[in-house]
Design a protein around this ligand. Structure first.
Ligand code: CAA
Length: 256
């Protein structure tokens, strides 16, 4: 067992998961998914957590699914391996609070798919991103075909999927695949700054932004608007919203 996730829950409600499997460039294997799954359950049930940051230890974010493990699979095991990864990444996407991928190096294949399940992606100038599965005679198996297409559009997604190009952080920024690029030394500080900024907003409001955006994207526009109106309305009964608006009118910072 050479797989480890370090979890440090900080006082301001920011959790950090660091993927750490240096021998295989943090490649994702069955053990990873089992550990990640229980860690996510723990994080989800911790009411103090407001933002989760996921990063990689060392110079790599994640170099993909574990090719050595996959090389022994048949079609049944391959489908199962795909479904296990999809379910864990779905769990990340469905966490009730914001998630940030801090991409410190290679984010390839399953590694890029992991970042796609997060809400925001920040990349160091040393990051290299891509879906190189076709080089192995494979396609992405952890929803890359679905999330990448929805995030950056069909043309750019198919370009990356067909060519297997490994792109720089700046190119990823141009494609809106990442939201920010930083110097390598500033990556975690930048992720923490964004997380801290988010953690100081109304907690329920932040969770509802995620809820309405994430649900709404799968609804038609009118249903999405209806959902927005219902959630917007429900907030008027909360102390958080009352305090937020009173604080503005009384020209002071909200106390929440
Ligand atoms: N799985 C298993 N082992 C991996 C790995 C992976 N995805 N990526 C790297 N490694 C291992 C290498 O086998 C090597 O191990 P040894 O030292 O024991 O030989 C070690 O990590 C270092 O790798 P390299 O020597 O290749 O390092 P490099 O600096 O020359 O190259 C790299 C780095 C460009 C990331 C290269 O390792 C690479 O191309 N890795 C594979 C990337 C890839 O194809 N990812 C997609 C996987 S498929 C997938 O993810 C499917 C899915 O969606 C479910």
């Amino acid at each position: 067992m050479d797989y480890k996730i370090l979890n440090q829950t900080q006082e301001n409600g920011i959790a950090i998961i660091t993927i750490n499997r240096p021998k295989a460039m943090n490649a994702l294997n069955t053990l990873f998914f089992a550990e990640m799954n229980s860690m996510l359950d723990e994080i989800d049930s911790n009411k103090n957590i407001r933002v989760l940051i996921i990063t990689g230890a060392g110079k790599t974010f994640v170099a993909g699914a574990d090719i050595a493990e996959m090389s022994n699979m048949n079609s049944e095991l391959g489908t199962r391996f795909s479904r296990i990864g999809q379910n864990v990444f779905d769990k990340i996407e469905k966490l009730p609070f914001p998630t940030i991928a801090a991409i410190n190096g290679y984010a390839l294949g399953g590694g890029l798919e992991l970042t796609l399940a997060c809400d925001i992606r920040i990349a160091s100038t040393k990051a290299v991103l891509g879906q190189p599965e076709v080089n192995l005679g494979l396609i992405p198996g952890y929803a890359g075909t679905q999330r990448l297409t929805r995030l950056i559009g069909v043309g750019d997604a198919l370009y990356l999927l067909y060519t297997a190009d490994m792109i720089s952080a700046d190119e990823a920024l141009r494609l809106k695949l990442v939201q920010k690029v930083t110097e390598p030394e500033a990556l975690m500080e930048t992720a923490m700054k964004i997380a801290t900024k988010i953690s100081r907003k109304g907690n329920n409001a932040i969770k509802q932004v995620k809820n309405v955006v994430r649900k709404g994207i799968n609804l038609d526009f009118d249903k999405g608007q209806l959902l927005e109106a219902q959630v917007f309305g429900s907030m008027f009964d909360t102390e958080e919203t009352k305090e937020g608006m009173s604080a503005f009118l009384e020209k002071r910072k909200p106390k929440w």
